[in-house]
Design a protein around this ligand. Structure first.
Ligand SMILES: [Zn+2]
Length: 143
């Protein structure tokens, strides 16, 4: 039989788990994934972006501009738990708030959004200078 002490401990553990903030993590692009906005296949990961909704969905996009457009026009911001972009240099996911963005019409991204994301801000600055492009923060991308 369960002692009172054990029972209390079990209850406390359940309460602790229930109270935890939901944790979000980036979900890898899979074969046959398509952009949630424009339905194009996502084949070039370096341009991809995604967000996790608070009700448990991950929406993937082929172009940062597709994510920005969808998040701004089709979503309530309070329903989005986390935004992720891919570092153009390493093709690794990172939280979008931590990325530096470079925007230029000269960058040929899948939907011509022309936005590249970088984990390393120095790389972004160099590229921006090289292309006379705009250096942006995530707050400029999704307002
Ligand atoms: Zn798209």
């Amino acid at each position: 039989m369960m002692t009172v002490r054990k029972l209390l401990l079990a209850c406390a553990t359940i309460a602790l788990v229930a109270c935890q903030q939901p944790t979000y993590r980036p979900v890898e692009i899979a074969q046959n994934d398509i952009c949630f906005r424009c339905k194009a296949p996502i084949v070039e990961k370096q341009y991809a972006a995604e967000f996790a909704t608070k009700d448990g969905f991950v929406r993937k996009f082929d172009d940062i501009a597709c994510m920005a457009d969808y998040a701004q026009n089709k979503m309530k911001k309070e329903n989005i738990g986390a935004f992720y972009v891919v570092d153009y240099a390493t093709k690794e996911w990172l939280p979008a708030e931590q990325a530096a963005f470079v925007k230029s019409e000269q960058f040929k991204t899948p939907q011509n959004g022309g936005i590249l994301a970088f984990k390393d801000k120095n790389q972004a600055e160099k590229l921006a200078a090289q292309y006379q492009a705009k250096l942006l923060a995530f707050g400029d991308i999704v307002k």
